[in-house]
Design a protein around this ligand. Structure first.
Ligand SMILES: *Cc1c(COP(=O)(O)O)cnc(C)c1O
Length: 371
């Protein structure tokens, strides 16, 4: 849980001496892509342990020009991968305001990841304030394309120079921002997925933590999926290699002909997606049944062939909702529904996006307006 509420420190502000020229920025914002361009500033906060008392604390929060960070070659992150991150979006609302979507859920998950990686927690209020400071400093960085947003990447890594194997005693927490286009325009083509023989996470491992190490281990399976002509990789459970877990960075939902939904349970080996959680709530508000149950690859194939299963989609902050059209493994492939985006998939996507953008009522208090 959150650390006890402490008064928020004030952030030092060092404006960028040479921000990106307006014409360059405007060209970027008209066609931002994803994850390759960053705004003018970043937030940086340090953590260190007082050697006299052994007590650690976060200090010197600041908004500084975006740029390289000096790192000792012995910094623990470079050797033992103590690193975690989050991903959330800020939206420009119809009335000109700015909002974050469920930022306290990201803060809570960040701290759950921190505990698993033996890292200090960042007080939830400080986490959200850091994000807010950056968004307000770089409020000129919202894409002008439809469906655009400012993607925020808070992250923390072990910075102590020490090669012994134990938790680091120094950390850096940073937030960077990247203008993002519509990952897939509406009417996105359904993706094709490859069921990997590799596993992503084992019981008792780090599968539920959002840590860089999980992604490092998913790169070879993902490259294999690409080389076979697929768009994404799907992982089965590590113990029986039978139960569907998730994609490399997105959770999965299955839609049946009776209108019910199923998604794999939070067993400790999948990432507890905030999009997943939001879609479960929205589907239930629509009166739909959502089961959080295990679902096997064999059952999925049988149900797709018999017509009992009519849609499958993946979800996550970056791409929101992505329809799955085709599934392949070393035994062959099968098609979901007609192979294109399903009706409920599109409806749920639209519902979530309109809440995020302030176009639909926010009955759950998910939209966090920034003053
Ligand atoms: C971040 C992530 C997700 C999606 O989580 P959201 O909170 O919905 O963005 C799913 N799976 C993995 C492995 C992730 O890292």
């Amino acid at each position: 849980m959150a650390s006890p509420a402490a008064p928020l420190p004030s952030f030092a502000r060092l404006p960028h001496p040479a921000p990106r020229p307006v014409d360059e920025r405007e060209a970027i914002l008209a066609n931002p892509g994803f994850g390759s361009v960053f705004s003018d500033h970043m937030v940086e906060i340090d953590y260190s342990v007082d050697p006299a008392t052994g007590v650690g604390r976060w200090h010197d929060p600041r908004v500084v020009p975006y740029g390289p960070i000096p790192l000792d070659p012995a910094a623990a992150v470079l050797h033992y991968a103590q690193e975690i991150f989050e991903g959330l979006k800020a939206y420009r609302l119809a009335d000109g305001g700015i909002a974050l979507f469920r930022p306290f859920a990201n803060a809570a998950r960040f701290n759950a990841s921190a505990r698993r990686l033996a890292m200090p927690e960042v007080p939830e209020e400080l986490f959200v304030e850091a994000v807010r400071q950056l968004v307000l400093a770089d409020s000129e960085w919202f894409p002008t394309v439809e469906g655009g947003s400012l993607y925020l990447r808070p992250f923390m890594f072990a910075s102590e120079a020490f090669l012994g194997v134990r938790p680091s005693r120094a950390y850096k927490f940073l937030v960077i921002a990247s203008p993002a286009g519509n990952y897939f325009k509406s009417g996105a083509p359904a993706v094709s997925i490859w069921v990997s023989d590799y596993t992503r996470a084992a019981p008792g491992g780090t599968g539920a933590a959002k840590c860089g190490g999980n992604y490092a281990a998913s790169l070879v399976p993902t490259a294999e999926a690409f080389s076979r002509g697929h768009d994404q990789v799907l992982f089965l459970d590590a113990a029986e290699h039978r139960w569907i877990e998730e994609l490399g960075g997105m959770n999965l939902f299955f839609v049946f002909e009776d209108g019910s939904l199923l998604t794999p349970p939070l067993s400790g080996t999948i990432l507890p997606g905030i999009t997943r959680d939001s879609l479960i709530a929205l589907a239930r508000e629509e009166g739909l049944t959502v089961r959080e149950e295990r679902y096997s690859l064999d059952q999925w194939r049988d149900d797709a062939k018999s017509g009992k299963l009519i849609e499958t989609f993946a979800c996550g902050t970056a791409a929101v909702v992505t329809p799955v059209g085709k599934v392949a493994d070393s035994n062959g492939e099968f098609t979901i529904g007609s192979g294109g985006p399903g009706q409920l998939t599109q409806k749920l996507r639209q519902r979530l996006v309109s809440i995020q953008r302030g176009e639909a009522a926010d009955a759950n208090g998910w939209v966090h307006r920034l003053a």
